[in-house]
Design a protein around this ligand. Structure first.
Ligand SMILES: Nc1ncnc2c1ncn2[C@@H]1O[C@H](COP(=O)(O)OP(=O)(O)OP(=O)(O)O)[C@@H](O)[C@H]1O
Ligand SMILES: [Mg+2]
Length: 511
């Protein structure tokens, strides 16, 4: 439909009333449907189609935003968009945005042949609200004939409920009680306030390459499957990806990272960091900018093989001194520091001591990966304000393979003097332990997983600013899992998790 045709259908109440009068004089049967029309679902289309089938002209009145009484955060879409949505439907002849302070007032003013009401109202009629419905009719549409349309029997609030219907019972119970404690507005306000925070991200710079291949068959000469190259993608990873996540929630971010003089790839990095990030790059002489090249089975999305281009020896003493001297002037400028340590030789004990000495609020993640194979443990760090690790990293640090994770987490928190501690548990969500040893368990909110790589980084990036702004750890954990749910639907670090996505998801979770 052409834009102008769609907009020509949207008319004022006076225009509509006079049009309806003309139609009726010409023996045309006019049907009116009246409602919010926030989410267009099959039930609505069926209702409008069957309404139109019983007359000649179908008009739709859309309730103004101010008069929508569907509970918090509704309508989702403003009246203008709701009207345009309905006007785009060919079966609808005219649309009008109306006051509904006195419900159904527009029906009396327009005086159609029929007011069409959908199944949701019929359900209401049959069950609990029979009397209210009769009262409504008497009060509001007087003598107007009612036409009941068949169709799928649910209204929009049902869809909102259906969204969480797929979750396991534990998650539903969690959301039920969480919604009683925190409302959407409070969470959105808390996240929006973070934009004024100045944040420094320090850590190893990594380039992630994904090479998608198709298996051909086994080599005749060795025990090897031969693959055919199909395509590849390159993303910025490590601390660079963390800075991009944080830059979506905080306006001012600086990234201090270590690259290599051999094959620096800094142009690629500059192109792929958000414009509100100041990039401060140090280059080691004795190695390249780290590249992690992964080969994947294209259709299964399974990683088959990974090659790291890396020198992960600790940086030399004079370079270390140079970096420490810069950090001692950079770190004090920031409200919050995120150390994202991938264990590739950048964050030496002396560098960490310098960061700790100057930072107002220190948060740390020590990543375990193939290259550091268990040597990069949180036990190097003492006295951080916030630490976020995955379960494997915590168990390695504690040298506890089987003990209950809650006990392990509490011990690590105490031994390392961590103020707030979160352990991410992959598809089991996360476990938070406060400085008072209060524990929260938070489930996952995503049932669709594309790639979990980088989910922990997104979790850390969202939770560190939240914790440093003083939010309670159960709320922090909730926001972290919402960010994690978005991250698992993104391939690697292809792009950052954006605040609006997290808020959108949260608005669906909390009712
Ligand atoms: N399989 C999954 N299904 C749903 N959500 C997941 C899954 N894996 C991770 N998540 C979400 O992402 C968060 C962080 O994931 P995880 O514990 O795997 O971090 P991680 O091991 O540090 O990841 P990485 O280091 O690759 O970034 C979890 O708390 C959860 O919210
Ligand atoms: Mg991780």
């Amino acid at each position: 439909m052409k834009e102008d045709t769609k907009n020509n259908k949207i008319v004022s109440l006076d225009e509509l009333a006079s049009k309806v009068e003309t139609f009726k004089n010409n023996k045309q049967v006019v049907i009116q449907s009246h409602g919010v029309f926030d989410l267009i679902h099959p039930g609505i289309i069926q209702h409008l189609e069957s309404a139109k089938n019983q007359g000649n002209v179908l008009i739709v009145t859309i309730i103004k935003d101010k008069d929508v009484k569907k509970g918090p955060n509704r309508p989702i879409f403003p009246e203008k968009l709701r009207a345009e949505n309905i006007a785009a439907l060919t079966i609808v002849d005219f649309v009008c945005v109306v006051d509904d302070e006195k419900p159904f007032d527009s029906v009396n003013q327009i005086n159609p042949d029929f007011l069409a009401r959908g199944q949701a109202y019929k359900e209401q009629d049959r069950h609990l609200y029979k009397e209210i419905y009769e009262e409504q009719q008497e009060l509001f549409f007087g003598k107007t004939n009612i036409l009941e349309t068949p169709g799928i029997s649910f209204d929009e609030s049902e869809i909102k409920k259906n969204f969480t219907e797929n979750y396991p019972d534990d998650t539903k119970i969690f959301l039920e009680s969480f919604s009683k404690k925190y409302n959407f507005k409070k969470i959105a306000d808390s996240l929006n306030k973070l934009k004024d925070m100045n944040v420094l991200v320090i850590g190893d710079g990594i380039i992630d390459e994904y090479h998608y291949c198709e298996p051909l068959g086994k080599s005749g000469k060795t025990n090897l499957i031969v693959f055919k190259y199909q395509a590849h993608e390159t993303f910025v990873g490590g601390a660079i990806a963390i800075a991009n996540h944080v830059a979506g929630i905080c306006n001012k971010v600086e990234l201090v990272t270590l690259l290599g003089k051999k094959n620096p790839k800094d142009d690629l990095i500059k192109e792929n960091i958000k414009p509100n990030i100041i990039g401060t790059f140090f280059y080691r002489d004795d190695g390249p900018t780290i590249v992690k090249k992964r080969y994947l089975h294209q259709y299964l999305n399974q990683k088959v093989f990974e090659v790291n281009f890396i020198n992960d020896q600790p940086i030399n003493n004079s370079f270390e001194k140079e970096i420490i001297s810069s950090l001692s002037s950079i770190v004090p400028k920031y409200d919050l520091v995120l150390v994202s340590d991938f264990g590739h030789g950048f964050i030496t004990p002396n560098i960490f001591a310098a960061i700790k000495k100057h930072s107002k609020f220190l948060s740390v993640n020590t990543q375990t990966n193939g290259a550091n194979s268990g040597y990069n443990l949180i036990t190097k760090y003492n006295g951080a304000d916030f630490v976020c690790l995955d379960e494997g990293e915590v168990r390695l640090a504690a040298q506890e393979k089987y003990q209950n994770i809650e006990t392990v987490a509490k011990n690590i928190r105490e031994n390392l003097n961590i103020n707030n501690f979160i352990v991410t548990l992959g598809k089991k969500g996360s476990l938070g332990v406060t400085h008072k040893n209060t524990v929260n368990h938070t489930p996952i909110f995503s049932t669709r997983v594309l790639d979990t790589i980088g989910a922990g980084d997104a979790y850390f990036s969202y939770t560190a600013p939240c914790t440093s702004s003083g939010l309670p750890l159960d709320l922090v954990s909730f926001i972290g899992n919402a960010a994690g749910a978005i991250a698992v639907q993104i391939m690697g670090n292809k792009r950052a998790v954006e605040k609006y996505e997290v808020l959108e998801l949260i608005s669906e979770l909390i009712h």
